[in-house]
Every structure is written in structure tokens, then in C-alpha cells.
Write a protein that binds this ligand. Structure first.
Ligand SMILES: Nc1ncnc2c1ncn2[C@@H]1O[C@H](COP(=O)(O)OP(=O)(O)OP(=O)(O)O)[C@@H](O)[C@H]1O
Length: 303
């Protein structure tokens, strides 16, 4: 279990993480989702004890990771797949990690096999593709057989086979009762990877729920309506509790009432409906709606 309590990190005037509190449970794959610059990497680094928080605390299995000895046995992490000495072979890199964490040498070949890198074990990491580096990083996280695992954007650079493989691996680790915490800035990646989600924007918590609960936000229906007297229809629908947005061309987007109810209300008021269409939002839309005001860098944004 990972517990984050009122965690805050400031870099000068920038607040990267702001009073963040959440719990990551064992036995689940939990997605850590947020747009670029939302503070995910900074949070992961603080959980691992690599950065000191400005305020608050983070613990793994009840313990502060700062100064933890043989840390890879408690928590395995992939933070930056590029952070490996390119001149070393994959096997040498893992042997070095194993030695410094008092992990038996035999474990190196086991994890290489587990991530599908046995055939490349004696090749220099400098010649690895991004996907191979990700696999090597995952092997490093698995090395100490830890109960808690954290991965920062692990699906970056993986081909479709690699993505499926990693998803299967995360599910298996969770079924074994481990805590699996996976960051991403793409909802589409997390949709089939995680079963719980912690969503952040501008360093603050926006949602902490199951993927199914999050999906319920995404599947909220909106009904688009065109009518001969939009103003009268807006008044009638709003009186029935609907939320209505009117576009300059008269198109009404209605939420909180379904198409049948809207047609009935229009008929009762003698308003003629020309067009009535139900639109279903995607999970990606729900994510964008939730994080829309917290995106640090948006297309078309002026400095
Ligand atoms: N060492 C640092 N010095 C100054 N600002 C920093 C530092 N590290 C991070 N930041 C800032 O803190 C904020 C959060 O960054 P962070 O890398 O944690 O976000 P992220 O959610 O991981 O983003 P991404 O998905 O782009 O990796 C950003 O505004 C970033 O510019």
C-alpha cells in the first residue's frame, strides 16, 4: 500500500504538487493519470524518497522510503527508461542492481526471461530501442520481488505486442496481491491497463475512483436538439431540471434528460423539433473535461 498525505512540492514559484492525499491499494493496478506537467513524476519521486517534499508525507507499506536499505526488495520502480549506462549489457546492468540490493544473482536471468529480453541479455543497452529499454526498466523493478511497484509512463515506445504483454504482467502482479501504480498522460492507455484511477491536474487531486466509476462520467449522455422555438424549449427543459447549452446557430445540447423526455416536453409546449440526437461521450472526453482547466500546455494557448 502507498499512502500520500497532504504532499506538497514547490520549486521556487512553481507548485508542482499541491496538498495531494490518496491511497494506492494492494491487489489492484492503479492508474496515475494527468496531463503533462500535472506533477505525476514529482509525486512518484517523493514516494520513492528521491525528492524531499516541501510539506506532507508519503509512505510505502507504512515506511518512509528515504534512506531505505535494500530498497528494491520493498519497492520496485521504473522512472526513466533512458537512465541506464549505455555501455553496459542488460545482464550487467541488472547484476549491478542485484548486487547493490543483496538480491541473489540467479534472479537476473529470471527477470530477463519474464520481460522477454533473454535473447538480448548480452547486448549493450546503448543499442536498445525505447521499447527494449522499457522492458529492461520493468525487469529492474521486478528484480527484488517487491510487494509495491511503480512505473512512470511504462507504455511509452512499446509496440502493440509490448503493450499487451505489459498489461498482462501488471494484472498478474496485482492478482498476486501486489500494489501496482502506473502513471500515464493518456486515458486511452489506462482504460485497459488499470482498474482504479487517481487523476491529477496542476498538482491537485481531481478524482480517485474505479475505472468503471470514471467510465460512468464518460458515458453521460448529451442530447442535441434543434427546434423552431429554441428559447421556449430552453425555458421548458430548464424548468424540468435539464442543463442546456445553446450554440449561436440555435443547436441545444441538453444533459440530465433523455431524448424521449425532451420530445415529450417539446410536444406538450407545442414546440416543433427538427432534430434530436443522443451523443455518448468517451472516456477520453471525460478525462479532458475533468482536466480541461488544469492543462498546463494546451494547443492554441497564448503565453
Ligand atoms: N526540478 C524542477 N525544477 C523546477 N520545476 C520542476 C522541476 N521538476 C518538475 N518541475 C515542474 O513541476 C511541474 C510538474 O512536473 P512533473 O514532471 O512532475 O509532471 P508530470 O505530470 O510527470 O508531467 P509529464 O507527463 O509531462 O511527465 C511542471 O510544471 C514542471 O515544469
Amino acid at each position: 500500500m502507498i499512502e500520500v498525505s497532504h504532499l506538497t512540492k514547490r520549486y521556487g514559484r512553481i507548485t508542482a504538487v499541491n496538498d495531494l492525499s490518496f491511497t494506492v491499494r494492494s491487489g489492484h493496478v492503479t492508474g496515475f493519470l494527468g496531463p503533462n506537467g500535472a506533477g505525476k513524476s514529482t509525486t512518484l519521486r517523493m514516494i520513492l524518497g528521491l525528492h524531499a517534499p516541501t510539506g506532507g508525507s508519503a509512505t510505502v507499506a507504512g515506511r518512509d522510503c528515504r534512506g531505505l536499505r535494500r530498497a528494491l526488495r520493498q519497492v520496485g520502480a521504473l522512472l526513466d527508461a533512458g537512465d541506464v549506462h549505455g555501455g553496459r549489457t542488460a545482464r550487467d546492468h541488472l547484476r549491478f542492481l542485484a548486487r547493490s540490493n543483496a538480491i541473489p544473482r540467479g534472479r537476473v536471468d529470471e527477470v530477463l526471461r519474464e520481460v522477454g529480453l533473454s535473447a538480448a541479455a548480452d547486448r549493450r543497452v546503448g543499442g536498445f530501442s525505447l521499447g527494449m529499454r522499457q522492458r529492461l526498466g520493468i525487469a529492474g523493478a521486478l528484480l527484488g520481488d517487491p510487494p509495491v511497484l511503480m512505473f512512470d509512463e511504462p507504455l511509452n515506445g512499446l509496440d502493440p505486442e509490448g503493450v499487451l504483454f505489459v498489461r498482462g504482467l501488471f494484472q498478474r502482479l496485482a492478482h498476486e496481491g501486489r500494489t501496482v501504480f502506473v502513471s500515464s498522460h493518456l486515458m486511452t492507455e489506462m482504460e485497459h491497463t488499470a482498474d482504479r484511477l487517481i487523476v491529477v491536474g496542476r498538482g491537485e487531486l481531481l478524482a480517485d475512483e474505479t475505472v468503471a466509476q470514471f467510465a460512468a462520467r464518460g458515458s453521460r449522455h448529451a442530447v442535441e436538439v434543434r427546434a423552431d422555438d429554441p428559447a421556449a424549449l430552453v425555458a421548458a427543459l430548464t424548468a424540468e431540471g435539464a442543463q442546456v447549452v445553446q450554440a449561436p446557430d440555435g443547436l441545444l445540447t441538453v444533459t440530465a434528460l433523455d431524448a424521449v423526455a425532451i420530445a415529450g416536453i417539446a410536444a406538450a409546449r407545442g414546440v416543433l423539433v427538427h432534430e434530436l440526437a443522443t451523443r455518448t461521450g468517451s472516456l477520453e472526453q471525460a478525462f479532458m473535461e475533468l482536466t480541461g482547466t488544469s492543462v498546463e500546455y494546451a494547443a492554441g494557448e497564448r503565453a
